[in-house]
Design a protein around this ligand. Sequence first.
Ligand SMILES: [Zn+2]
Length: 418
Amino acid sequence: MRGKADSDLVRRQNRRVVLETLRFHGPSPRVELGRFTGLSPATITSITMQLIQDGAVIELDDVAGTVDSAKRGRPTVLLGLKPDAAFMIAVKISIGMIEFALADFTGEIRERAQLSIATFDMQPEIFARRLIAETKHFITSTNIEPALIAQINVAVQGVADNRLGKIAWSPAFKARGISIVSPLEEAFNIPCTLANDANMIAEGLIAQKMVKLSGTTAAVFMGYGIGMGLVIDGAVYQGSTGAAAEFGHMNYVPGGALCRCGRAGCLEAYASDYGILRSAEKLPDDTSPPSHPVNAQVMFALEAAARAGDKDAIAAFQKAGRAIGFGLARMIALLNPDRIVLAGAGTRALDLIEPSLRAAIEEGVVAELRANLKIETLPVGKDMIIGGTIDAGMRRLDSEVYAIGPALQTEVKKELLV
Ligand SMILES: [Zn+2]
């Protein structure tokens, strides 16, 4: 049986590589797939035939002429992922807000919805019931056959325990230990996952091949909170429970400004939107953070005021940059990363934040430790959390469902029954 098991493993690996290649490069002719993957023409023919039979891949005429086919006088056949092979739902939970996105098998978002909901005072069971009801409502609104939805993947602000499928702690809730995965799986009978929101930004960077296979990249989320997703040697570093790199809740000033987590002096208490606003309004450091999201218009106005020369607004953004910069300096000393990628709505004010952020890094860590470091910013318009949640979900579908294929899945089930 060993030979059979080995060849199944190879087949599974080849199927996964072909799916990943189509996901990254988009529709491609067979010859290009061979070039990208290094697989032989015979293997590509066989694997793509199976994937077409299984309904994961379709043949498309290259009508747009993306491949030079003029010489042959007929359109080249491209292979692409079949958009309606499967769908997934990405859910983002943050303070006072739930967002939904329906993505097809190519990863394209077909529908989106968001609702304001006063999460902070909700009890765990009540929230889980509401989440199920709102997810059902969203599915109904999309007109997609519910049986075609293969999974639901949730990203949350705060500490997501990915072993237990629970929100261990989140600034979005007063309650702790909110069970998410079990209630969703019971209600929808499909696989569901839960992860930290900044970790999903990191997953997106991996899927877009924006990180190297070796090396360390830190994705920093700036906005309603401060978060981090840490990519080490091509994978998101999870820690023991999925809570690693809780950058925003590293202590910055012992006994300092009050944070949404209830502690005093966290980095987030100075650098998140509510922290910046509190500084700009010159409120005392022990002023309670709001239990609702800061209105985007309020932050737009604050940024405009700073750019127009308002001293208090300027000082608040500088203070935020300094907090993030010193936090990054500590992280640099600890991990010697090669890239830091800044993302989230907070980067809209980067012109106001960056000088003090860079100065704090220079002040906080010796030059030799940051010699190879690059700091980049992702575009503000794209929701990297929803995007990364979809990327991670699709990778799971590729490797755990479509790489195996229906025939092999039946065999695996039979083996499990014996
Ligand atoms: Zn905190």
